[in-house]
Each structure stands twice: as structure tokens, then as C-alpha cells.
Design a protein around this ligand. Structure first.
Ligand code: SER
Length: 315
């Protein structure tokens, strides 16, 4: 078995930044190559510019670094994607197909592909959303991820490409910012609460969404990737849940730490997207197949984020 050498695409993003660092701590400095479309980035590991639609550059990097695994995070998210659907489809779909082709041709050991709660739509039960419902998403991002999940399953069934995937809920972090998602409000709110003690939410007061704190998201990713191949039974993408809340519940929790905090509501086009997504997720398959269990709920997540942001502000 060759040494593990990992390529992370979309490494400058909200998840990619922290995942690259965590992988580097685990596998060593020389064994993780962070890549993104930006020409340069500050990383503690090796960085390469990569447009994921450029198959030749992707193949070149795989050969250059003798890559054995890819974490393919590069994608345009739900809200931003609606501004330019064909561009979004091109990045999200052709990027993935290049990665899957590379995995087949270079016989990569494993690939990770993030999917999302955006695969669900108005035809899906919103509470306890099951693993295998009708998937008729409302956004181009969701459409690309449903197709992507099915391509992953196809490459696994036909070519034995060991590609694994999670349907991430909204991911909440304090040290990296999301870009262009519908669930971003739940990150922005903390920064505004600390800076201005107020926040105007573009998601309506009582629209609940499934969410997960970043340390759980990173751990879920690594646990799925560490699972023995035969135990990874869902080859489209696993539902994973951790907590669920609406903006009013989140603001009540923030008020426990910042009593002057006030929230206002001005729902925009993102509200319609959020209203088509689940409130909560049934993730029994993930719990049964590879032992998924979240560590953070709403209260301890809020406490941790506010503590970290306050400390950072005071430095
Ligand atoms: N966080 C993503 C978004 O809002 C959902 O996967 O687009």
C-alpha cells in the first residue's frame, strides 16, 4: 500500500480550510496538497492552484504528488448558484466527473464527495427526512448534487471507485466563513452579535433547518473515510444530522450570552430555498453502518463559538 497522499479541492472554502489542516496534522506536512481556484493562499501545507474543470491540471497534480485520495470540496453553493445556473452546473458536475475519471484511471484508494440537504425539495417529508426519499430539488446546486451522488454510486458499482459521501446539513464555524449558501445566516449571526449586538436574518423566524458544528462535520468526514469499505453501504450519500433550530431559537440561545442582542427578519429569495429543505434528518443508516454520533447541540455550540470569537476579538 503506497503512503497516503491527499489532494483537497476547494481547500480555501469553509470546510476545506479546516479539513486540510486536520488532514495535515494526521498525515504529515508533505502528504496533503491543498488546492483551490485562487492563484495563491496561505496554508501550512503545500498549495496548488486548480480549476477543477481543468482535467489535465488535475491529472498532472495527481501524477506529480502520487496522490492516493481526493477530498473533492470545490463547488458553488445554493444561493450563489441561482445567479448563474449553467456556470454552477459546469463547476459542480464537470469538476466531479474529472475527479471520478481520475480516481478510475489512477486507481485512487478513496474519494470523498460532499453532498447536502439541498438534494431534498418540496416533495420530501420535512421532518425526519428519510435516507431514500423522492429527490426533486429546487436549486441548481441541489440538482447538481443529486446527479453527483448518482455518479458516485455509478463509479462505485461499475468501476469499483471507492467514493464516499455525506449530505452535510448547514455547517457552522467561527474561524472560517461560508460563501454563497442558504444556511450562512447561522454563521453571520454570531459575528454580528459580537460586533453590533444585532442581526437582520434573511431566513424567517420559524424556518428550522438541520445544522452541524464544524468539529462534528470534520469528525463525521474522517470517520466515514476510516470505515472499512464493506461497511460503507450507502454509495450515493449518507444523511447525517446533529441539531435543528430556527433563527428565533438561535437568537434566544445567543441572548443567554449577549443579553442585548436583537434579531430582525427580512426574508429574501433564500427563504424560499430554506423552506424547501428538511427541518430534521433521519440519519439511522449513518448511525448503524459506521457509528455516527454528534457531539454538539445548540447550547454547547453557541457557548463554544461565542467564547472563541470573544477571545479572538480581545487579542
Ligand atoms: N450550506 C449549504 C447551502 O446553504 C447547504 O449544503 O447552500
Amino acid at each position: 500500500m503506497p503512503d497516503t497522499k491527499i489532494l483537497v479541492t476547494g481547500a480555501c472554502g469553509q470546510i476545506g480550510t479546516l479539513l486540510s489542516t486536520t488532514l495535515q496534522e494526521r498525515y504529515g506536512f508533505d502528504n496533503v496538497i491543498a488546492s483551490d481556484i485562487r492563484s495563491s493562499a496561505t496554508f501550512s501545507c503545500i498549495y496548488e492552484q486548480l480549476d477543477v474543470t481543468d482535467a489535465n491540471k488535475l491529472f498532472y497534480l495527481i501524477s506529480k504528488y502520487q496522490i492516493t485520495q481526493i477530498y473533492h470540496l470545490a463547488a458553488i453553493l445554493s444561493a450563489k448558484g441561482e445567479a448563474n445556473p449553467i456556470f454552477t452546473w459546469n463547476i459542480n458536475m464537470n469538476g466531479l466527473l474529472n475527479v471520478l475519471e481520475a480516481a478510475k484511471n489512477y486507481k485512487l484508494e478513496k474519494v470523498f464527495y460532499p453532498s447536502t440537504i439541498a438534494v431534498f425539495g418540496n416533495q420530501t417529508p420535512r421532518v425526519g427526512t428519510p435516507q431514500w426519499p423522492n429527490l426533486t430539488p429546487e436549486t441548481v446546486y441541489g440538482i447538481s448534487k443529486v446527479a453527483g451522488e448518482n455518479w458516485c454510486n455509478y463509479y462505485f458499482q461499475k468501476f469499483d471507485v471507492d467514493v464516499r459521501s455525506l449530505r452535510y446539513p448547514g455547517i457552522i464555524s467561527w474561524d472560517t466563513l461560508p460563501g454563497g449558501g442558504t444556511t450562512d445566516y447561522a454563521v453571520e449571526i454570531f459575528h454580528e452579535a459580537i460586533k453590533r449586538q444585532s442581526y437582520t436574518s434573511y431566513i424567517a423566524e420559524h424556518t428550522a433547518l438541520p445544522m452541524m458544528y464544524m468539529p462534528d462535520a470534520i469528525r463525521a468526514t474522517l470517520e466515514l473515510m476510516d470505515t472499512a469499505k464493506e461497511n460503507v453501504k450507502v454509495r450515493t450519500s449518507y444523511n447525517v444530522g446533529a441539531m435543528t433550530f430556527n433563527p428565533a431559537e438561535l437568537s434566544e440561545e445567543i441572548k443567554k450570552h449577549i443579553p442585548d442582542f436583537v434579531i430582525e427578519y427580512e426574508p429574501d429569495f433564500r427563504q424560499e430555498i430554506a423552506a424547501s429543505w428538511p427541518e430534521s434528518i433521519n440519519d439511522t443508516d449513518a448511525r448503524t453502518d459506521w457509528g455516527w454520533k454528534e457531539s454538539y447541540g445548540l447550547a454547547d455550540m453557541c457557548q463554544d463559538i461565542i467564547h472563541n470569537l470573544t477571545q479572538n476579538n480581545n487579542q
